[in-house]
Design a protein around this ligand. Structure first.
Ligand SMILES: [Zn+2]
Ligand SMILES: [Zn+2]
Length: 342
C-alpha cells in the first residue's frame, strides 16, 4: 500500500510499504479520511512522543476490510468505524492507579505506532467505534479532535451559566465553543484573528460573540472583554498554543475561575505569569492531554447532530500531497485539513 513514511523527524516520503495483516484481535481498515492537526506538525518536528520510523495520522476513519480470527462476529467486513488511536498497557504505575491516560507505555497510532496517513491501518478491534449510518466519513473524522475537546471540557469543569472565553477559532476552538454552548454557557466569546475561521464560529452558532483581534495586537481585545465581563470569565480556554496569547489570557480569568491550557505549545515555550496574581485571585490553571476514553461520547455527539461540522473541513489532499497538508496546518490555513487516500 501507499503510506506516508517518516524515517526520522522532518524526513518523510510517500512510499510503498507492505499491506498490514491483522493479528487475531485486530482489524485492517481501508482509510477513508485522516485528519491532520497541529499534533502532526509537532510529530513532524520529532516532538510530542513521536517515535520513528513512523506512519503518521491519528484522526482516522474507514471501513473494515479484513479481521483476525478472534474479532467478534458482529464486527463485519464493510463496517464503518472511527479509530480510537490511543491505547494503554494496563500494567504500569499510572494504569494500576486508574490514570491510564498517563500510561508509561502510552501507544498512539500516528504518534508512536503506524497511523492513518496510508491506504490501510491495522488496529485492535476494541479500539474502534461505529459510525452512525447517517454520518459521512468527513463528519466522522472530526471524532478524534472532538474526543480530545470533550476531555478538555471534563477537565475544566465549567458550571451552568458560566461565561466562556475561547482564544482561537481553529478546529479545537470551533468544537470547544460548541461543547461550551451545550454545557450551558450563558455566553461564549471567541477571540481570533479576523478570518473565515472566526466567521464560521459565529455561523455554527457556537459563539455568541466573535472578536476579530490580530495575533500581533492581543491588547486590542482588552476593552471589549472588560465590557463583556467586568469581573472576568469563569472559564477561559486557550486553543492557540501561542505563548503571547496564553500569557495574556490569564488576566481575563474571573476570581476562582479556570484557565484551560488546551492548545499544544512547543517544548521550549515559556510564559510570564505573576504567581501573586494566581495566588490572590485563586486562579485554577488546568491542563488537558489528549484523551483515552471519550471517543464513544464524541461519536454519540456527532450522531446526535448537536455538533455541527458544516464547513469545518476546508482542505482535502491525497496521500502524495501530505507535505502540503502539513504545511497548511503549520501555517494555519483554512480550518480542518484532511487526507483522503483515494
Ligand atoms: Zn489531532
Ligand atoms: Zn500503562
Amino acid at each position: 500500500m501507499k503510506a506516508v513514511q517518516y524515517a526520522s523527524a522532518r524526513n518523510f516520503a510517500v512510499v510503498d510499504v507492505p499491506d498490514p495483516t491483522p493479528e487475531d484481535e485486530e482489524v485492517v481498515m481501508k482509510v477513508a479520511a485522516n485528519g491532520v492537526c497541529h499534533t502532526d506538525v509537532n510529530v513532524h518536528e520529532g516532538e510530542f512522543f513521536a517515535s520513528f520510523p513512523l506512519i503518521p495520522g491519528h484522526e482516522v476513519v474507514g471501513t473494515v476490510v479484513d479481521k483476525g480470527k478472534s474479532v467478534p462476529g458482529d464486527m463485519a467486513i464493510g463496517a464503518r468505524r472511527i479509530v480510537n488511536n490511543a491505547s494503554t498497557c494496563g500494567r504500569c504505575y499510572y494504569c494500576r492507579r486508574g490514570q491510564p491516560l498517563f500510561c508509561e507505555n502510552f501507544y498512539s497510532l500516528g504518534i508512536n505506532g503506524p497511523g492513518g496517513a496510508a491506504e490501510f491501518i491495522r488496529v485492535h478491534y476494541a479500539k474502534t467505534v461505529p459510525i452512525a449510518d447517517h454520518l459521512t466519513f468527513e463528519e466522522a473524522v472530526v471524532a478524534e479532535p472532538l474526543a480530545c475537546a470533550i476531555h478538555g471540557m471534563d477537565q475544566v469543569g465549567m458550571h451552568l451559566g458560566d461565561q466562556v472565553l475561547i482564544f482561537g477559532a481553529g478546529p479545537s476552538g470551533q468544537l470547544l465553543a460548541q461543547l461550551a454552548k451545550w454545557s450551558g454557557a450563558s455566553r461564549v466569546v471567541v477571540v481570533a484573528p479576523p478570518s473565515a475561521k472566526l466567521d464560521l464560529a459565529a455561523r455554527l452558532k457556537a459563539a455568541d460573540i466573535t472578536l476579530p483581534i490580530p495575533r500581533s495586537q492581543p491588547e486590542a481585545a482588552r476593552p471589549t472583554l472588560a465590557e463583556l465581563a467586568p469581573q472576568g470569565f469563569p472559564v477561559v480556554i486557550d486553543t492557540t498554543g501561542a505563548p503571547a496569547v496564553i500569557e495574556q489570557a490569564l488576566e481575563y480569568v474571573h476570581i476562582d475561575g479556570r484557565f484551560l491550557v488546551y492548545g499544544m505549545a512547543r517544548f521550549g515555550d515559556r510564559v510570564l505569569w505573576s504567581p501573586y496574581d494566581i495566588f490572590r485571585r485563586q486562579i485554577h490553571i488546568v491542563g488537558s492531554f489528549a484523551q483515552i476514553d471519550t471517543m464513544d461520547r464524541a461519536a454519540a455527539l456527532l450522531a446526535s447532530g448537536k455538533i455541527d461540522t458544516t464547513g469545518l473541513i476546508t482542505h482535502r489532499y491525497p496521500l502524495h500531497e501530505y507535505a502540503r497538508a502539513l504545511d497548511n496546518v503549520a501555517r494555519g490555513i483554512g480550518i480542518k485539513t484532511v487526507i483522503i487516500p483515494d
